[in-house]
Design a protein around this ligand. Sequence first.
Ligand code: IMP
Length: 180
Amino acid sequence: MRMPELLPVLDQKTIEKLIDETAKRISTDYAGRPLVLIGVLKGAFIFMADLVRRLTIPVTIDFVGISSYGDQTVSSGCIRLTRDIGMDVCGRDVLIVEDIVDTGLTLAFLIAHIRSLGASSVNVCALLDKRARRRVEVAVPYCCYEAPDEFLVGYGLDFDERYRQLPGVYRLQFNPEGAS
Ligand code: IMP
């Protein structure tokens, strides 16, 4: 049996500072433009909560559910909408809030979906971006931290639905049983 070990990547203080800076940029860039934030469940729930409380502009909030991973650490490549947006985004400025961008497949799917609903602009904010692993080109203009090409957990991110509650971000390392 594989025994995962948690190796620190970002602590709580560092995450707060990164979100502060990103929230300031968003508040400046969208000043005077009412913004719709769409959080991607489940991973973005903690990031969304911390981000919105730092924004100084009026926003409305909704969530979408998307599934692509199952209980594996690699994307299946098969994206499924498990919960659709519940509000009208036609003619609105939309900012997608993601926990982490990896292959880009989820975002490419979601951007196309939101555009098809008639949004006047669609932009992306992510806590983490594993840019080296992109399979489709998607820009992440509001990226808090460029992450290493490792499987990460904590601060909303899970492995098989575990570790979401951790206040920091950790790298999940699988050691063979018996290894020190
Ligand atoms: P993508 O479609 O490959 O870009 O994957 C995006 C989604 O995969 C994210 O919203 C996460 O839910 C999940 N994901 C990607 N990398 C990780 C990771 O390192 N840890 C936990 N979840 C991840």
